[in-house]
Structures are given as structure tokens and as C-alpha cells.
Write a protein that binds this ligand. Sequence first.
Ligand code: SF4
Length: 247
Amino acid sequence: MNVADLRPVPPEGEREARRYVDYFVRNGVTKGSVLKSVELTYARSNVFFDDTYTYFEKSGTFDIACAKGCAFCCHTMVSVVPPEAFYLANYIRTEFDADASRAMIERIVAHDAENRGKSGAARHIGRIACPMLDPESHLCTVHAGRPLTCRSMHSSDVSACRTGFENRDAYHPTPSHALFFKNTQAYYDAYGTALHDAGLFVEPLELNAALATIFTEKNVFLRWLKGENPFENALADAALTDAPPPA
Ligand code: SF4
């Protein structure tokens, strides 16, 4: 068998959407089923990303330059779908010990108060780190619960990432591969279809604004489950004001 035959195939959006619609029809859209669906998405995506890394390594078709403690890409805006925001909020409340959880929540809320509405480019230019990035080790403190957007970030040239960061140039090109993003897009499309069909609000949210909303406002999960939009001030659109400069 040729290594090319082992090339990981990204999920197809419509098929995943069908699986999610069925999943929510079978289990109902509840707090438990929403958190479980994200857990399953991340578990499946981990397999896909592992296979993709292995494929690139064996075929030599793309070098992954990413390494532990390299966090240039954690200085931008992250967009998520509502279930991921609920999943990460739950992760911070249950996987950290009580003091660490309280400290992290305070850190996210303070960070959001200072930076809400800033675009990805503004965060990159300002070297504004994600509040969940450990400032000393440069490790993600929520690694196992991090969103799909973060999971799909990668580069084959760390010097390009460093140049963009050091020059505060948000548009400096960094080489990436479409395979990673196709997986993430398929799941975002799937959530879009399944939750829309269930009558629930689903739009991309800015990660920290969504978490701060969940941590500071009352009954956000319940309101969302009732079909309300508790995230009107946390939409990623509000922070997506970047226009690339003229070539
Ligand atoms: S959640 Fe983790 S991986 Fe994502 S931007 Fe924040 S620190 Fe980086």
C-alpha cells in the first residue's frame, strides 16, 4: 500500500451535519448532549489530526514546524460556536481546582473587559496573548478543552510565524495546509445545520467574550437552550473588522 492511500480524508460537512441532527434528535438538545457532542467532536478530530501529522511525516509532503511552548498563534482572535464556549466554560469550572478555576475566570473576564471587540489583527499587532496561555511556559492551560480553531492552527515555517510576531505584521504569510482547516470547517458547518434545525442560535462567537458572558451573566446555557441569543455582544463579527492591506 502506498502512503498516499493512507492520506486522511476530512469529514464532509453535510454528512457530519446529518449525524449531528440525528444525535440531537435521539438525545434531545440538552446541556448533557451538547457537552457530549463537543467531546465526541474533539475526540474524532484528534484522531484526524494525528493521522494528518503522521501522513505528512511519512509522505514528506508538508513539514509541521509547531512545537510545545511555541505560541505565536495564541495572539489573535479565536472564533467558536456556542457549544464549544459552553464546553470550555465547563472545562474551566470542573477540570481546574477551585482556586485555579476562580483565578482563570477572573483573568478571562478582565481580559475581555479590556479587549472586547478587538479584531484578530489588532490583537496580533498589540501582542495580546489569549488569557488561557500560561505567560511563563507559553503552554495552553486548557489544552484538552481548547476549541477546534486552536486545534487546527499550524505552520510549516516557524521563522515566518516569528517574523510576523516580531514585526507586528498581522498579514505576514505563514504556510499552512488546507487539510487541517477542512476538518474544522466540516464540524462548524455541521453544528450550524444541526442547531439551526433545532431552532437554536448558532453564529461564530469571539472566544473570550463568549466565556465572559457565560461566567458573568445568569442562566446563559438555559437561555440558549430555549432558543434565545445570550451572545449578542460576543459575536465574532464584532471583532472581524480586519481588511488586508493593499498588495
Ligand atoms: S485557548 Fe489555548 S491554544 Fe487557543 S489561543 Fe488560547 S492559549 Fe492558545
